[in-house]
Design a binder for this molecule. Structure first.
Ligand code: ISE
Length: 348
């Protein structure tokens, strides 16, 4: 049964019934936004491997939701129209494949899968079904500032030549190690640069400046990733996850006709005690709050049509290939080539 059949004829006005798999930080945040901020959807099912987490979320934000024994049971339920996969990365593949097999739209937090081979399996399953059912949680595509930057680049900068960017987090937990700077953090830039430039990467290199005293032996911090695209655009991006002072995302595009910068988030500027001051956010959930709202609203709005838009399984797969190349570049110190297979027509 396809989702179009699944959601009956009166679907235009019917609330989309969502099941959330994984009720940790992001699953809780998404449930809150569905219940309190977005329109047209309701969380009616929850699953978490730790039952008490699901119960906690049920009592705080989704009192009418059923708690399922397994993610698979949630996906199979006739009471669920669409699925949100917010569990740990290693479990994404199994749930996304199950949702595709059930013909249900699925929003999957990044990463789509933890290996490129697993992401390819998802692309193949979706392609076989012939309809886009998977949206990946690369929320920056829905950020107003990035959209303004893209529009300015396309309308005013001529051909883009270079990007200078940085991704700074105030601090990271102790278990965060060097490859996570790519898989967990830089993966957002990987998708964003591809989307901004409408281009793919052909090589990656990673260089390491002097390390911060705030890091530890298993985390090289900061790092600088150097990417080259198929059209010859060169990108440098600093990743600095113990920068202390705030969550700071910068992106400057240098084009043939001029330069454009990602706008700063809206904030009051004060003049006080001989100081010009502007606060900097510290939490990525706040920095991209509106983008998270917009990406999920977009997903909800598309579910009744039986197919979704936004960042696709193909984008998730290319991000996985590109981030594997960056990790290899971290490990070898070499310039690592990135080559992609042909893009299936479904993702044209
Ligand atoms: C986190 O998972 C994110 O998605 C944030 O956007 C990123 O800044 C952070 O480094 C990641 O840990």
């Amino acid at each position: 049964m396809t989702i179009a059949q699944n959601i009956s004829a009166d679907s235009a006005t019917r609330t989309v019934r969502i099941g959330v798999i994984g009720t940790g930080m992001i699953g809780t945040d998404h449930t809150r936004r569905i219940q309190q901020v977005l329109t047209g959807a309701e969380v009616v099912g929850l699953y978490d491997y730790a039952l008490e987490n699901a119960q906690k979320l049920q009592s705080s934000h989704a009192p009418k939701a059923t708690i399922f024994d397994t993610g698979e049971a949630l996906i199979a339920s006739d009471d669920i129209d669409a699925v949100l996969v917010c569990s740990t990365g290693a479990t994404h593949e199994q749930y996304v494949l199950a949702a595709i097999a059930a013909g249900k739209p699925v929003f999957c937090e990044k990463p789509l899968a933890t290996t490129a081979a697993a992401a390819r399996g998802i692309v193949d399953a979706e392609t076989k079904g012939g309809a886009r059912l998977v949206q990946v949680g690369f929320m920056r595509r829905f950020d107003q500032g990035y959209n303004m930057l893209k529009q300015t680049m396309e309308q005013e900068l001529g051909e883009p030549l270079m990007i200078h960017a940085c991704h700074r987090n105030p601090a990271v937990p102790e278990h965060y190690v060097t490859p996570m700077a790519i898989h967990d953090t830089f993966i957002h830039e990987i998708d964003t640069f591809r989307w901004l430039l409408n281009d793919d990467f052909v090589s990656a290199q990673v260089v390491f400046p002097r390390g911060s005293k705030y890091t530890h032996s298993k985390l090289a911090d900061p790092q600088i990733v150097l990417l080259e695209t198929s059209k010859g655009v060169r990108i440098d991006c600093e990743i600095f996850v113990n920068c202390r002072y705030g969550y700071d995302i910068q992106c400057q595009i240098v084009g043939e006709e001029g330069v454009a910068n990602l706008p700063e988030p809206l904030a009051i500027v004060t003049r006080k005690e001989a100081t010009l001051g502007q606060p900097i956010l510290t939490d990525w959930k706040d920095r991209f709050k509106a983008a998270f709202d917009a990406e999920l609203q977009d997903f909800v709005d598309q579910v009744p049509s039986g197919t979704v838009g936004g960042p696709s399984a193909w984008d998730g797969y290319v991000a996985a290939i590109s981030s594997d190349a960056c990790v290899e570049a971290q490990e070898t110190g070499k310039i690592v080539e990135i080559s992609l297979p042909d893009r299936p027509a479904l993702y044209a």
